[in-house]
Design a protein around this ligand. Structure first.
Ligand code: PNW
Length: 478
């Protein structure tokens, strides 16, 4: 058991994202995002739902803050809807003052309650107009400038924000949005799913553009705002833990490393080391864009902190065949059962998620070693519960499975700090049940139950009161 190893002011709290909780898609001048459009395509969302109402948080900021208070949270990570602030999205399009004021007031309200805001500029909800106008994330020249303008509008309006996340999980936007087509805008080579898309090239172009846009926004923040506002800025990357399926097989050991390179190092190597991982260059060849000298000057060194989203782990098996053109994993397969029959963790409601706290500990140290011990904020971590949506309310509120997930993962985090990682914060996903993207509302991740049939009323689950006390065990008293 680790001791009291976390800083006195360790920033723990909960996270959400705009499209998943706000609702009110047409209120006060908000423009549509690519998710509004995507949800309207039949078959894309499991329960044919959308974020039209979600948790109704646009009208319930006071309730959201009351929930945070009830958990004792020190911080809240939320994201801003670009199309609320600039409805058409572009640098020459008008700013919507009402949309901007909503977030400025929300930050003030959080601070008044002693809760530190951590703001994500982009959590997947690109203004639809930018996709229609010039191909959105695929258009480096236009999109990077529009993102830079949007970021500057927010930096200027919200000097009280001290933690900025430029992008949430560019891996998901690039791969799920442009390779498998599971997420908006749904591009894929699979013509049964989409009339447009090239899974062999587009995800790598989009990933590259994310890095340039991130570096550009960070330069703006550092030059124009950081000297006076004194905040921190970084990108949030997702990554699952890995174990070789057969630890005795060097090819599986190498494949496990490659899996981390294709998910995490794709973005983190350019930021910390100034180039893409060799394994990606070798497999993707000219499909992986090259950085111009000006681009890499923007990207390298552009993180004040490393934002880490983490949920699960996999056993990794190498493939013996040549990589397929649409492969994005690194020529390997992932699974939950090891060669010796071990199961990585219990099932959840999410097909991709099984709890394995050791994988979190090991990955924190992998990131720490590879990137010379950066300051890490864990910006998301949490779980769904198998069958939760079908349980009666009192059983849903007694979410021991999720509570145990948090105990295990928070203990693993403290152990990683004891072992040398520099971790300064942790946001549990999620403050409340919300729109779980392609899975709709059937999959719940909240530490609060949201009654979608009963007027969006919220009820704290057990796990909401487990995160804080678990951290207290590991936080220094002075
Ligand atoms: C994260 N996967 O997404 C997101 O940042 C959240 O918005 C989301 O609600 C949360 O995790 C829970 O899903 C992911 O398929 C979505 O591997 C899917 C995957 C990973 C992360």
């Amino acid at each position: 058991m680790p001791g009291q190893v976390l800083d006195k002011d360790f920033l723990w709290g909960f996270a959400t994202a705009s499209y998943q909780i706000e609702g009110a898609p047409e209120e006060d001048g908000r423009g549509p995002s690519i998710w509004d459009k995507f949800c309207k395509i039949p078959g894309k969302i499991a329960d044919a739902s959308s974020g039209d109402v979600a948790c109704d948080s646009y009208h319930r900021t006071a309730e959201d803050i009351a929930l945070l208070k009830a958990t004792g949270a020190r911080a809240y990570r939320f994201s801003i809807s670009w199309s609320r602030v600039i409805p058409l999205g572009g640098r020459n399009d008008p700013v919507n003052q009402k949309g901007l004021d909503f977030y400025v007031k929300f930050v003030d309200d959080l601070l008044a309650e002693g809760i530190t805001p951590m703001v994500t500029l982009f959590h997947w909800d690109l203004p639809e107009e930018l996709d229609a106008r010039y191909g959105g994330l695929l258009n480096k020249e236009e999109w990077v400038q529009d993102y830079a303008n949007y970021a500057r509008v927010l930096f200027k309006a919200m000097p009280k924000v001290k933690y900025w996340v430029t992008f949430n999980e560019p891996w998901c936007s690039s791969i799920l949005g442009y390779s498998t087509g599971l997420f908006a805008p749904g591009h894929t080579s699979d013509r049964t799913k989409s009339p447009i898309g090239d899974s062999s090239t587009e995800p790598w172009l989009v990933g590259h553009n994310f890095l340039i846009a991130h570096g550009t926004a960070v330069k703006i923040y550092r030059e124009e705002f950081k000297p006076t506002d004194k905040g921190q800025i970084g990108i949030t990357l997702n990554g699952d833990g890995v174990y070789p399926w057969d630890p005795e097989d060097p090819l599986d050991v190498a494949a496990a490393e490659r899996k981390l390179e294709f998910s995490i190092a794709w973005f983190a190597d350019p930021i910390y080391h100034g180039h893409y991982p060799a394994s990606m260059k070798a497999q993707l060849g000219s499909r992986l864009p090259e950085f111009t000298p000006a681009e890499i000057a923007l990207v390298q060194g552009s993180n004040d902190f490393y934002g880490m989203n983490h949920y699960t782990a996999n056993y990794i098996t190498h493939k013996t065949t040549e990589p397929e053109p649409n492969d994005f994993l690194g020529n390997l397969t992932t699974g939950f059962i090891a060669k010796n029959g071990d199961n990585i963790g219990p099932e959840t409601q999410s097909f991709w998620l099984r709890p394995n706290p050791q994988g979190f500990h090991d990955l924190l140290l992998w990131i720490s070693r590879r990137y010379n011990f950066p300051t890490i904020y864990c910006t998301e971590n949490g779980t769904s519960v198998k069958g939760e949506n079908d349980l009666p309310l009192e059983k849903i509120l007694d979410d021991e499975f999720r509570a145990e997930y948090f105990r295990g993962y928070i203990t693993a985090l403290a152990q990683a700090v004891e072992d040398g990682a520099d971790i300064k914060g942790y946001m549990a996903w999620s403050l409340m049940d919300n729109f779980e993207w392609a899975e709709g509302y059937e999959t719940r991740f909240g530490s609060t139950f949201v009654d979608y049939e009963g007027g969006q009323k919220r009820y704290l689950k057990k796990s909401a009161k487990v995160v804080g006390p678990t951290f207290e065990k590991f936080i220094k008293k002075e």
